[in-house]
Design a protein around this ligand. Structure first.
Ligand SMILES: *[C@@H]1O[C@H](CO)[C@@H](O)[C@H](O)[C@H]1NC(C)=O
Ligand SMILES: *[C@@H]1O[C@H](CO)[C@@H](O)[C@H](O)[C@H]1NC(C)=O
Length: 294
């Protein structure tokens, strides 16, 4: 969909609870999308609502821009919570010099008490102009993470929207980009979130103490405000089980063979770091169980 010349303010803060900014469309999209729920009806802000802008033009263009300046960024959370489902959202990352910024999409429980928190993360670590973003992923179960995997994207994530997805079933957590699986965490006798509902969050914030080249490159505030864009949030919840006494798995299928091949290919080409291959780090305890099964 054409989305040229979006007019956004050159400052972040606004006073109204829900700023809706006019869209200038240079080229009109061919066919308006089917009527769908507006993003602004589906999310609440955890912080920085005054640094967020909704755009909807009534023609299927429905978008949320998060804004980061020196004071703070912004973070939203889906109103609905789910136990298993397929979550998709389109994101366009901070362009040009994004060093020090982090843009996120993640699933999270509301419960943050130690031992009770689950989270499935995609964090996009910005970089100086011309250098690549890093996609940092992690999985927390019962508040324990340490399951980092990092990827180099095979496209410019600032040039256009791409679809970032989680497929969370009783069997697997699958991370996908534009429908291509990049990471699978299998529920076979390892730590796996099965107990608590999760919501989808998105955020943009400053993390220049660690994000870019290990924290050596700081955010250049002369480039602020920084914008990241979200649109087209959709959730396909798991269907209820056909019978309560039926099989435990009633949502999602096993990975198709072709997606297993696609997964291997993406990982062969784009994986930067995998905790499962970090023997040194787990020298004392041995690799986590999920790293040594199959
Ligand atoms: C990024 O840089 C290009 C080229 O200088 C410029 O046209 C564009 O407006 C910049 N984008 C942002 C978001 O600053
Ligand atoms: C930024 O670019 C440098 C140089 O290409 C690269 O080593 C680094 O992994 C990139 N990403 C981040 C988040 O630092």
């Amino acid at each position: 969909m054409a989305m040229a010349a979006l007019s956004l303010p050159s400052w972040c803060r606004h006073a109204n609870a829900m700023a809706v900014v006019a869209l200038l469309l240079m080229a009109t999209a061919a066919a308006p999308a089917a009527v769908q729920a507006l993003l602004q009806d589906d999310v609440n802000f955890m912080w920085g609502q005054d640094h967020s802008f909704f755009h909807n033009d009534g023609n299927g263009v429905d978008m949320l821009a998060l804004c980061l300046d020196k004071t703070h960024g912004s973070g939203f959370r889906s109103k609905a919570a789910y136990l298993y489902g397929r979550f998709d959202i389109d994101v366009k990352l901070v362009a040009n010099n994004s060093a020090g910024t982090v843009t996120t999409v993640y699933l999270t429980t509301d419960d943050v008490r130690p031992g009770h928190h689950d989270e499935v993360d995609m964090e996009f670590l910005g970089n100086v102009t011309g250098e690549p973003y890093t996609l940092h992923t992690n999985i927390f179960v019962d508040s324990v993470g340490n399951r980092e995997q990092q990827f180099r994207l095979w496209f410019d994530p600032t040039a256009d929207f791409h679809t970032y997805s989680f497929e969370w079933t009783p069997k697997n957590i699958i991370f996908l980009i534009d429908g291509r699986p990049i990471r699978v965490h299998k529920n076979d006798g390892v730590a796996f979130p099965t107990q608590r509902r999760m919501r989808l969050d998105g955020s943009l914030w400053n993390a220049d103490d660690w994000a870019t080249q290990g924290g050596r490159v700081k955010t250049d505030w002369t480039q602020a405000p920084f914008y990241a864009y979200y649109r087209n949030f959709r959730v396909t919840p798991c269907a209820p089980p056909p019978s309560p006494a039926g099989a435990a798995v009633y949502c999602g299928d096993d990975e198709a063979p072709e997606s297993a091949a696609a997964l291997r290919r993406v990982r062969a080409e784009h994986l930067l770091y995998d905790y499962c291959e970090d023997q040194n780090r787990f020298k004392a305890t041995g690799l986590p169980k999920e790293c040594t099964t199959d």
